[in-house]
Design a protein around this ligand. Structure first.
Ligand code: DAH
Length: 357
């Protein structure tokens, strides 16, 4: 019995895989295994012999069985270990930077502008792109006969001939949101409205659909100086430089009095567009003190409140900031252009983290 014990315990500890271990099990304690046969022979023994051999054989069988189990588990641990070594993955590797998509420069600039004005206490307002002519024109002090209506190259919606209601228009500017916001919020208020606007116009700096941000601040103590400060702060923050040369030009809009247009110094030479240098000026916004009639149309008492307003071309300032010479490329959906001018989708513009990277 001692021989059997030594033989199997050493064979088991020497087994190198689960298949040979299974063979050993059959050979030792299987139905016809060496130890099982011994146990079967107990019947032929005298009761005295059996009393001694029985427990000893049982103990041997138990010992062999537990050696089998122990070896099996250490073999499978080793096999697992081996497999894991092969499947090891270095999770510290940086993610692959190949980007599938990117943020369009318009969306990027939209986000940057919103971030800057939010910091000055402006909240974001919205209005419909298909607008009634009252909100788009009349409420903004542009009556039916006013030349501004013709100048705007408006897209009108279709009405049946016997329908004498005025047609809706694709809004020609974001200014109607001024009226809608005054109606909804009342005074005081401070809002910006970024959005799409439409005009029948097409060249290097004009497309039939483009983007504006409207700004409106109404309170009891608002002046042109506040407007000028706000716009200068904005331009510095947006272009991420301390000095950008601005030109405030006296102008005329029906909805502001007085009115000013703002141009920015730039250079177009060599098919490149650069800000802050050169002899060219690019108009980026219209602005002024809100006309009393406009406040009145928005339900606000012009004898108590004043306001300043501005309308800024998002596409224009995107062209200037990112050196994009042709506006039409924004809307071509050319993947090569988007890959070149697009922004990382994971970099959200922020005043603390940086507007653009
Ligand atoms: N709505 C004007 C346009 O589209 C821009 C504008 C000028 C907006 C003066 C304003 C403003 O709010 O005060 O040309």
């Amino acid at each position: 019995m001692e021989d059997l014990r030594e033989k199997y315990l050493s064979l088991i500890s020497g087994a190198t895989d689960e298949a040979s271990l299974e063979n050993l099990r059959v050979q030792a304690v299987g139905k016809k295994g060496e130890i099982s046969l011994r146990m079967r022979s107990l019947g032929k023994m005298t009761p005295e012999e059996r009393q001694e051999a029985g427990p000893a054989l049982n103990a041997l069988k138990d010992e062999v069985n537990s050696a089998l189990v122990a070896r099996k588990s250490s073999l499978s641990d080793a096999a697992l270990e081996e497999r894991l070594k092969g499947e090891w993955l270095d999770v510290t590797l940086p993610a692959r930077l190949a980007r599938q998509g990117s943020i369009h420069p318009i969306s990027q600039v939209w986000g940057e502008v919103t971030e800057i004005f939010a910091d000055m206490g402006f909240s974001v307002a919205e209005g419909p792109q298909i607008e009634s002519d009252w909100y788009n024109f009349d409420a903004l002090n542009i009556p039916g006969h006013h030349p501004a209506r013709a100048e705007m190259d408006t897209f009108y919606t279709y009405r049946d001939q016997d329908d004498d209601r005025p047609p809706h228009v694709l809004r020609t500017h974001t200014s109607p949101v001024q009226i809608r916001s005054m109606e909804k919020i009342g005074a005081p208020l401070r809002i910006i409205c970024p959005g799409r606007v439409y005009r029948a116009d097409y060249d290097q700096t004009h497309t039939p659909m483009f983007h504006q941000v409207e700004g409106l601040a109404v309170d009891t103590d608002v002046s042109m100086a506040n407007l000028k400060w706000c716009l200068e702060e904005f331009v510095k923050a947006f272009f991420e430089v301390d000095n950008v040369e601005l030109r405030f030009r006296a102008s005329h809009f029906p909805f502001t009095e007085p009115s000013a247009e703002v141009d920015i110094r730039c250079n177009w030479s060599g098919g490149q567009l650069k800000i802050g240098e050169g002899d060219d000026w690019m108009e980026i916004l219209g602005s002024g003190m809100v006309h009393p009639k406009v406040l009145h149309a928005g339900g606000i008492d012009p004898t108590v409140y004043q306001g300043f307003a501005f309308g800024l071309g998002i596409d224009r300032i995107a062209m200037l900031k990112y050196g994009i010479p042709d506006l039409r490329a924004f809307f071509d959906s050319d993947l090569r252009w988007l890959r070149h001018y697009g922004f990382n989708a994971l970099d959200k513009p922020g005043l603390v983290s940086g507007l653009s990277r």
